[in-house]
Design a protein around this ligand. Sequence first.
Ligand code: SAH
Length: 342
Amino acid sequence: MKKLIDKLEAEKNLEREEFKMLLTCEDDYLHERARAVRESFFGNQIYMRGLIEFTNYCKNDCYYCGLRCGNSDVVRYRLTFEQILECCAEGHELGFRTFVLQGGEDPYYTDDMLADLCSTIKATYPDCAITLSLGERSYDSYKRLFDAGADRYLLRQETSSDEHYAMLHPPEMTLSARKKCLWDLKEIGYQVGCGFMVGSPGQTLDHLVDDLFFIKELDPAMVGIGPFIPHKSSPYAEEKQGDLRLTLNCLAILRLMKPNLLLPATTALGTIEETGREMGVLAGGNVVMPNLSPLDAREKYMLYDNKICTDDGARKCRGCIARRMKKIGCEIAVTRGDYVHV
Ligand code: SAH
């Protein structure tokens, strides 16, 4: 095991079978090594992003997601411009220097509206970064929003196998369209985040290795990884959730592959295990994304069952995450926490 980890750390890559061995590794040593690499690059500083879930309308029907258009049990909402700015105001006061605007793919928000939103946030908080996570859009739309002030974009590829992608999405959605978006975003100059769910229905170890190879090729600034968690009103309601150790192993492997990578310990990780986010940081993660959404929106943004932090306000979430990080010897950094090229 140690030899494989040495090789990964030195060469930043492995053969398929070697990756599979590390993915299934049961030894915490993998996490310890990844943690040491995180510490050598970032010290004990953990970056914080304020998540604003501003619409749960979605035109897509991703089979795993609670917000898919086919789910008629969801009470839909959209935040107004003013509500979004209030979230930013509260977040800024609490030390957030990145705002993540995330939502379903909601055509209600035109490029004009989103560009206006980005430029207003940027003018009000020039010391902050804006991250968008709005799904697939055209090159021109991405460019327009970048020019209006957006700095980063999160779009998970979800899986890097065409066949597996087709198991998770309706036929009108394709992996090649998703990948094109990621390459467009990179070309425009965004700090790009991709990512995948661990343990999504039909996923094999080979699929995960495909994800690692794709990430190697894309060379993103960030990778969002969380366990799949079933949603009760989805076609995959009866599937089992993703495995904790396998998720942590993915984080650790990516940290060893890319020491400077922005790697969040996700809410989904904190949902399957009470101290999941702490474990994520201890396995190499260096970002946390507490929620800034208004309380009545949170319970309606249910990507999966039992999502945590839906009862607590922004201040409480901020305090909670700071305490959790302190307990494991880490500290929340009040900075934008940009990606640094090496
Ligand atoms: N519409 C945006 C935001 C999607 S929600 C977009 O397309 O990018 C953000 C992420 O939540 C998704 O990329 C997906 O990986 C994750 N997610 C959705 N349903 C999930 C589930 N049931 N379990 C775990 N993660 C889920």
